[in-house]
Write a protein that binds this ligand. Sequence first.
Ligand code: MN
Length: 197
Amino acid sequence: MYTVPNLDYTYDALEPYISSAIMELHHDKHHQTYVEKLNAALEDFPEWQSLPIEQLLSHIDELPKEIRQAVRNNGGGHYNHSLFWKVLSPNGGGEPGGALGEAIIAKYGSFADFTEAFNTAALGLFGSGWVWLTADLEIVASPNQDSPIIDGGDTPLMGLDVWEHAYYLDYKNHRDEYVNAWWHVVNWAFVSSRYDR
Ligand code: MN
């Protein structure tokens, strides 16, 4: 059985950038629902239940056809949100240092140019989805609960949830305000540690 991981901080720890109300709803209801539906989809397929979620998603084409879409949607939701909670921190924001900081500047020219490219991808994504920074420092947008790993692609270092459920309570339809606020709570220590690995 898959389970929702606990947060490393309290619901209100990310205020004023992300409210306690959003965090509670997003973590306890939305993520919980993905996990419940993932477990329900795999109920009759015990041979798949014990795999790490990354492996389920990166072998999605080998899953029985009748559960493939449910695992893609809900397993994707579980993987994406589990990463998302770790990418957030009340001590976040600023710019990454170390190897990641240098590599971002080498690739994008400056940290500001990088965030501008990332924001453009986030605002340009139609409907619900995610924007990722992959291990080779590409910015990738995915629809729904997809991610680069579902196509056998690169492991994401971080992801930004741009589903309306992630921001509507705080920012209504203003995705740009949410995205700008989100940079203040990005846990660069965590993202950098993934890059270093
Ligand atoms: Mn979400």
